[in-house]
Ligand binder design. Sequence first.
Ligand SMILES: [Zn+2]
Length: 374
Amino acid sequence: MLFCLFFSLLLLFASISCQVQNDRGEKKKSPGQSETVQEQEKDNDHEDMEKDQKSTGQEEEGAPEEKPGTMPPELLVHKPNELGEIMILMYHEIGYPESEWRRTPENFRRDLEILYEQGYRSISLTDLVRGNINIPAGTSPVVLTFDDGNKGNFYYQEKNSELEIAPDCAVAIMKSFYKEKPDFGLAATFFIYFPNPFRESQYIEEKLNYLAAKGFEIGNHTYGHANLSHLGSAEIQRELAQHVQATRKYVPGYEVNSLALPYGSYPRENFELLRQGSYEGITYRHEAVLLVGSNPSLSPFHKKFNSSRLPRIRASELKTDGVGLYDWLEYFGQNPHKRYISDGDPRYITVPESLKDLLNEEVLGEKEARFYAN
Ligand SMILES: [Zn+2]
């Protein structure tokens, strides 16, 4: 049955090959399209044929019934669910000894290995909130975040009278893991505060520029690690704007676009000032505001996704109250239908039919929704 359908599609494909070539020519020219997408297109001939057939099917007698937004059957094995939940992991210090707020380098490395083995791939926080999730079919996104800019996140050491990034700090561990498993991705947000992020005052400029150049993100954690629930509106704006100003002093033009709330505390009123505001001519705008929290985030395509209150999961094994990283890994292992699973094609948002009503079509932009019976 499947073979017959495929064969008739092939015939159709041959008869309209000129049109197909035109369509494809245009597709490849579209601006900003990454190599990965093009590669995926190559692997997706079946789907292209369906689309091409869609555009000309009306003229063809007896052409199979069109089904807009149908998922290629070979994807079914992955059970893609782009409305599933996504873990945003919260780390603090990397170092010794292991504690509630400190992960050893060995344990951090193990976290990455286990995440990788279980099909997680790292994406940036910005890509999460913008819905730019471009990972292979069957894998799940995960976002790594580090609060406080402790030394163990990023420090230098001397080796043979040369300066190098210490191999046990978070940045070096992520880099070396990425070298081993490039498909894991290299992305994390460092929520730092001032005046001495990463605790080596002589290297602040070098480190912040290094992070920005490597595609890591620098996030707002207020200028001085302030408890925002104690502050009035002018002070809130001062704390947030001064962070942006200090970051730009070291990395000119850098756009700080996310905020992690120190202590997870937020003001009862003026919540909107966490998103955007200004102080003495310095403005800030955060696309994401992160809580401490204990749950995975909703998908950015979910109707209830709220980028102003994103929960995070503690990447720890001590005092996690049953809601730490390993608890959630176990949960998603037992409840795979709850987890965001990519369809491998950023042009589409693929969702099981039963969740259709939860899709926020307003954020799809150029993307097309497709559904499958589950
Ligand atoms: Zn903090």
